[in-house]
Write a protein that binds this ligand. Structure first.
Ligand SMILES: CC(C)(COP(=O)(O)OP(=O)(O)OC[C@H]1O[C@@H](n2cnc3c(N)ncnc32)[C@H](O)[C@@H]1OP(=O)(O)O)[C@@H](O)C(=O)NCCC(=O)NCCS
Length: 229
């Protein structure tokens, strides 16, 4: 049966989170930013659920599956381009505020951030801001891939490519650039190269003894920004 890529619905959220948690379980950034001894899977689930609900109305949040009621095989979340000259709408501002408030409530409910090392999170955000300042020079903005994950059992079968192409084909038609972040250099850099991207730049993130490399890649209309930890 052919796999289709469709917009995320509320009913898809549990399956989508399962795929994200499985696909990122061995992710270098995930391991760097979370203290494994404090990690709370349910807290992480609730945080992702808030993000998914936000994404239904505010992002290009899609899932790959074989049938309407079939299991979720892959997930992607892209932020649409935001032209520099266009101020943020009140709707968008309120939606972002609501998401932050939901995460605040999660902090209260779980008495913390479920093992998230906030200092490392902010180191990463600084590197991300530096990278965007260095490579985002197109005033019409970029499609930014916030999440892409394929169920481990379904990886290497073309599902990631389908999820990418659902957005990159649209971006190419519009003449808009895309970029993404990945914390895994192997095998992701090779996979992204197969999808038309190329390495641009590398930089280091450091928290005491723990250092990480940030890799930037780009090609043609699409641009890849990968954090390689
Ligand atoms: C990265 C990821 C989304 C790719 O999805 P996927 O379904 O495994 O990838 P695909 O099967 O669609 O492969 C895409 C291309 O990469 C190639 N490829 C797949 N696995 C590869 C590997 N291990 N090494 C080199 N190339 C590979 C494929 O052959 C294909 O190229 P082709 O169409 O020219 O043949 C998926 O592996 C994943 O979820 N990884 C864990 C989570 C993660 O790291 N997410 C990215 C964070 S940004």
């Amino acid at each position: 049966m052919a796999i289709k890529v469709v917009d995320l619905t509320e009913a898809d959220i549990p399956g989508a989170i399962e795929v994200i948690q499985q696909a990122f379980a061995d992710d270098p950034y995930f391991k760097w930013v979370f203290d494994s001894s404090q990690f709370n899977k349910q807290r992480n689930y609730d945080s992702l659920a808030a993000r998914c609900k936000w994404g239904i109305n505010n992002a290009i949040f899609q899932v790959a599956k074989e049938s309407d009621n079939g299991p979720i095989l892959g997930v992607s979340c892209w932020i649409a381009p935001h032209p520099e000259t266009q101020p943020e709408s009140w709707y968008s501002w309120f939606q972002s505020w609501s998401l932050s408030f939901s995460q605040f409530l999660n902090n209260v409910r779980y008495l913390g951030r479920g093992g998230l090392r906030t200092n490392r999170y902010w180191i990463w955000k600084e590197r991300q801001a530096e990278a965007q300042a260095a490579i985002w020079d197109d005033p019409q903005g970029y499609y930014f891939c916030n999440i892409v994950a394929v169920s481990p059992a379904a990886q290497g079968k073309g599902i990631g490519k389908l999820l990418f192409e659902a957005v990159t084909h649209k971006a190419d038609k519009e003449g808009t650039k895309c970029y993404l972040e990945s914390s895994k250099s192997v095998p992701n850099v090779a996979i992204y190269e197969r999808l038309g991207f190329g390495m641009r730049k590398e930089m280091e993130c450091r928290d005491g003894e723990d250092a990480c490399m940030v890799c930037w890649m780009g090609c043609g209309c699409s641009m890849l920004f990968a954090d390689c930890f």
